[in-house]
Design a protein around this ligand. Structure first.
Ligand SMILES: [Fe+2]
Length: 245
C-alpha cells in the first residue's frame, strides 16, 4: 500500500499579514504539512487555487519553499485563481501546449488535467484519450481542480462549473481504467459514484464552504485534506478526508 495526500485550495495570500476570508492561509497550510499523515505520505498532490485571488510568483515561491521542506515528492495543478505558465516556471514543470496536463507514473499511475482556464478544449480531450491509452490495463487516478459532477453545492454547481466537463466524463465513462477522480475548487468534501467512477471533491486547507444558489458562506475554518490509500497491484483505492480542529 502507498498513500497520497491531496491538498487543495490553499489560497495563499501575497503578504503574510493578509487574510483570505479571515484566515491566515499560510498558517493553515503549515498545520496541514506538519501532520503525521503528510509526513508518512508517498506523494503530495496539490489540486489548484494556490493563490488567494490573483496569481503571483512570490506566492508560488512561498508554497514551493514550504513543500520542499517536507522532503516528499509533490505534484502541482493550477486552479482558476492560478496561472499555468507562472506555476510551471516557479515549480519547474514542463508545459504541454501551454498547460500543465501531464501523466505521472510513480508512486501511482496518475493523470493531471489543467482546468485553470475554466474551459475544456479539444486538446485537453486529446491529451486525456492518449493518457488513457498509455495507461491501458491499469487504474490511473485522475486529478483536476474543477469537479466533474455536481457536489451538492448550489452555488458552485451552477456558477463555478468547468465548461465542457461533460465531454471529459464521456471520455472517462466510455473506456479506460480511471475509477477515481479527485477535484477541489468547492471547498468541501464530497464523493459519489456514477457509472463505476467515483468522483471525489477534497476540502480546502483554508476554509470550508456551504452555499445557496445566490451566495457562498463559510461553514468552518478547520483546514482539511484528503488521504488516498492505493493498493499497488490491483489499483484499489480507499480515501477519506481529515480536518484539523
Ligand atoms: Fe477554484
Amino acid at each position: 500500500m502507498f498513500s497520497l495526500i491531496q491538498i487543495s485550495d490553499l489560497h495563499i495570500t501575497l503578504s503574510p499579514e493578509e487574510r483570505f476570508r479571515g484566515v491566515d492561509t499560510r498558517a493553515s497550510l503549515n498545520r496541514v504539512l506538519r501532520t503525521r499523515e503528510v509526513h508518512e505520505a508517498d506523494a503530495l498532490i496539490v489540486t489548484g487555487d494556490l493563490a488567494a485571488k490573483d496569481p503571483h510568483p512570490e506566492i508560488y515561491r512561498h508554497i514551493k519553499s514550504v513543500l520542499d521542506v517536507c522532503k516528499i515528492p509533490y505534484h502541482i495543478l493550477p486552479g482558476n485563481h492560478d496561472q499555468s505558465d507562472l506555476t510551471a516556471e516557479v515549480f519547474g514543470i514542463e508545459l504541454n501546449d501551454g498547460k500543465l496536463n501531464r501523466i505521472v507514473e510513480h508512486p501511482a499511475p496518475m493523470i493531471f488535467m489543467d482546468s485553470s482556464t475554466e474551459e475544456t478544449h479539444s486538446d485537453d480531450l486529446e491529451f486525456l484519450k492518449n493518457a488513457l491509452q498509455y495507461f491501458s490495463g491499469r487504474r490511473p487516478l485522475l486529478f483536476i481542480h474543477h469537479p466533474l459532477r455536481e457536489c451538492d453545492h448550489p452555488y458552485f454547481d451552477t456558477h463555478c462549473v468547468l465548461e465542457g466537463r461533460e465531454k471529459i466524463r464521456e471520455v472517462l465513462e466510455s473506456g479506460g481504467g480511471v475509477r477515481h477522480v479527485f477535484s477541489g475548487h468547492a471547498h468541501k468534501s464530497h464523493s459519489q459514484t456514477v457509472s463505476g467512477i467515483a468522483y471525489h471533491v477534497g476540502p480546502s486547507t483554508a476554509c470550508e464552504f456551504y452555499s445557496t444558489p445566490e451566495d457562498v458562506f463559510d461553514s468552518h475554518q478547520m483546514p482539511g485534506f484528503r488521504k488516498i490509500v492505493v493498493e499497488p497491484v490491483l489499483g484499489g483505492v480507499d480515501t477519506r478526508t481529515i480536518y484539523l480542529s
